[in-house]
Design a protein around this ligand. Structure first.
Ligand code: SAH
Length: 380
């Protein structure tokens, strides 16, 4: 397993869609390119406006640009650098995209629609280096960090699936990868999405960054003075059990995670959510709930319980309904705020790493979603 602070260099090779990556360019970059070809600077804003607001996925569609400019753009740039390798749709209003990056690596992202809420769940790495024993994403380790534009592109591609006039209302960074191991690229992408120059103008408060709990990175994020909502994947109330389930805990320790989370709350004023995957007979027992309540008592914190979504080949099971109820009651009785995460994407392997894993296996991809177990994704 790689070191905790090791930031994997995102290297996007030149295979796949040709051209410079438009979402990697700033308005200034594009202006320089335009000036070199004798085009006015304001065209740069027009181009980004088309991509961010008018959902153009090719230059061809940018009808208010001169034809010659559109041809030149097409020759040099690519609006998107990934291609959709698979699009899964679930009857409950969940879409999952498997995107193939230029280097052939595949990442997953999910769109969940519920009433007026349009939540996208995005990935930050190819694979994951944290090795949580119940999770499909990390089974083969981490391959690389995603670039900022690859992160941004997931949101835009999912947004483009929404009905005209609908927009993304929430982003959860809960797909593949350890978000804070790729902090710089993630923040660069999120900041852009939360800006209007040009971006999607989303409020930072509607973005949740989920982390295994890397204390130094949590402090670094706190110091950036943003309003992103932090979710820390705790999964166990004691060092011993957390070491078993979340192996990186051996080097970090539960207290350091909680202290960093407290620091995040003090610095940003934003209450931290603790995620807790309930695994039948492993961490869903009465004593686990009691120990968790003791750990969190006195903290202004919220617990999000995630009933486990079984992963083929791994020995964990979903918790029984009775165990979930008991867990909630114990926490509530002790004054700890708690919710149980909703299940979305039942038929499409929406859990992090599951779809990629299934499609990476030999044999043709299952175009009709198979009988896989439900997936859970947070909608804070
Ligand atoms: N690396 C980040 C993001 C991981 S995905 C983190 O650790 O938080 C978001 C959440 O889903 C994490 O809490 C993760 O532990 C959890 N998760 C992973 N696999 C799961 C599964 N099969 N069923 C339910 N939750 C799962």
């Amino acid at each position: 397993m790689p070191g905790l602070d090791h930031e994997h260099q995102a290297s996007a090779s030149s295979q796949g869609a040709p051209g410079r990556r438009l979402l990697e360019a700033t308005t200034a970059d594009l202006r320089t390119w335009l000036a070199e070809r004798g085009h006015p600077a304001y065209r740069a804003r027009q181009v980004f406006h088309w991509v961010f607001y008018r959902r153009a996925e090719s230059f061809e569609l940018m009808s208010d640009l001169p034809l010659v400019l559109r041809r030149q753009l097409e020759a040099d740039w690519a609006v998107f650098s990934t291609r959709i390798a698979y699009h899964g749709k679930s009857p409950d209003g969940t879409d999952k995209l498997l995107l193939e990056c230029r280097d052939g690596r595949r990442i997953e992202c999910v769109l969940m629609v519920e009433d007026q809420r349009h939540t996208v769940c995005i990935s930050t790495q190819v694979g994951c280096g944290m090795g949580c024993v119940f999770c499909a994403s990390g089974l083969k380790g981490v391959e690389r960090n995603l670039t900022a534009d690859e992160i941004l592109e997931q949101v835009l591609r999912l947004r483009n699936l929404l009905a005209p006039g609908d927009s993304v209302t929430h982003i959860v960074v809960m797909g593949m990868g350890e978000s804070l191991a790729n902090l710089d690229n993630l923040i660069s992408a999120l900041d852009r999405l939360c800006s209007t120059a040009p971006g999607l103008g989303l409020s930072q408060r509607r973005v949740t960054i989920s982390t295994v709990g890397l204390p130094e990175k949590i402090r670094k994020l706190a110091a950036l003075n943003r309003q992103y909502h932090l979710a820390v994947s705790l999964h166990a109330p004691t060092e011993e059990l957390r070491n078993e389930l979340v192996p990186v805990n051996e080097k970090i320790g539960l207290s350091a995670v909680l202290e960093a989370a407290d620091f995040y709350f003090q610095t940003t004023g934003r209450q931290v959510t603790y995620e807790y995957v309930l695994l039948h007979g492993v961490n869903d027992r009465l004593q686990d709930a009691q120990a968790l309540a003791r750990r969190l008592q006195g903290r202004k914190a919220h617990v999000n319980l995630i009933p486990y979504n079984p992963v083929a080949g791994l020995p964990f099971e979903r918790p029984r309904a009775e165990a979930i109820r008991r867990f909630v009651m114990v926490l509530r009785d002790r004054g700890v705020s708690v919710t149980v995460r909703k299940t979305k994407g039942r038929a499409i392997d929406a859990a992090c790493g599951q779809l990629r894993r299934r499609l990476d296996e030999p044999g043709p991809p299952p175009l009709v979603p198979g009988p896989v177990s439900p997936m859970t994704l947070d909608v804070p």
